[in-house]
Design a protein. Structure first.
Length: 256
């Protein structure tokens, strides 16, 4: 009996001309239509011009677009590039309020979503997840490791300099050409420069040693950059003079 009365009451409320209740019902109906429309759009394999239009359309809906965007992010049923766009739009619409939600995707099985989360958190200037960024420096995906490094460098997270330095010892940041030798990827170069930007003083002596050794000549300009940043000293323009300059600095360190 109680259930019947409750259902009848609900039905009457929906039919009543009362302004407040009617507006609430219409708003819920409109939001539902927005969600359904956006989900249908994000399901398509869109070209760049179409994606730009979808972004504009989604942003026009503001907060009402969030339920649809979250569903797109969470489901494999949508194209990866669209899930990427959805991630950015969540950050754009909600700002830093979305950070805790976005940070969860740093552990997502799909590297595209981990990457999208990193880039969006960077765009938000979010420093709270420095531990997660440091962990991402060891991600299985080369591209994700590179983005994590970019986050740490651009957000100037000095406390994570040791983890950045340890990238030089990660075998995955090297490649083996057909001649059997081990070559450094560009990620190593970026890591060395980032160590300089973060002014990691513990790296000074190893860097001074690297500056003198032939096997590190492929990254000499990055080593020179890092030393200049950390020590606040500008080496000469000529490469040979640079080497002599850092050799003198290295001797002075040993003397000390």
């Amino acid at each position: 009996m109680f259930k019947k009365v409750s259902l009848l009451f609900t039905f009457l409320v929906l039919l009543t001309p009362a302004q407040g209740a009617n507006k609430k019902f219409q708003s819920q109906k409109k939001t539902s239509v927005v969600e359904k429309t956006l989900l249908a759009e994000f399901k398509k394999d869109l070209k760049r011009p179409e994606i730009l239009k979808l972004k504009k359309k989604t942003l026009a809906h503001s907060g009402k677009a969030i339920p649809a965007l979250i569903k797109v992010m969470k489901s494999n049923a949508y194209p990866e590039k669209n899930r990427w766009v959805a991630t950015f739009l969540v950050g754009r619409i909600m700002g830093k309020k979305s950070s805790p939600f976005l940070a969860k995707f740093l552990r997502h099985p799909n590297w595209v979503m981990r990457m999208a989360s990193l880039k969006t958190l960077l765009a938000l200037g979010e420093k709270r997840y420095e531990q997660a960024y440091a962990s991402a420096l060891k991600d299985n995906s080369f591209i994700v490791r590179k983005q994590a490094l970019t986050n740490i460098r651009k957000l100037d997270i000095k406390s994570r300099a040791p983890e950045v330095w340890s990238m030089l010892y990660d075998k995955r940041n090297y490649y083996n050409p057909k001649d059997g030798s081990k070559k450094r990827t560009n990620l190593i170069k970026e890591a060395v420069k980032t160590v300089g930007d973060l002014k990691f003083k513990k790296a000074v002596e190893p860097l001074l040693s690297m500056a003198q050794k032939e096997k590190y000549q492929d990254i000499f300009s990055e080593v020179d950059y890092a030393l200049s940043k950390i020590l606040g000293k500008n080496s000469p323009e000529d490469t040979k003079l640079k080497k002599r300059y850092w050799k003198k600095v290295a001797i002075s360190y040993k003397t000390i």
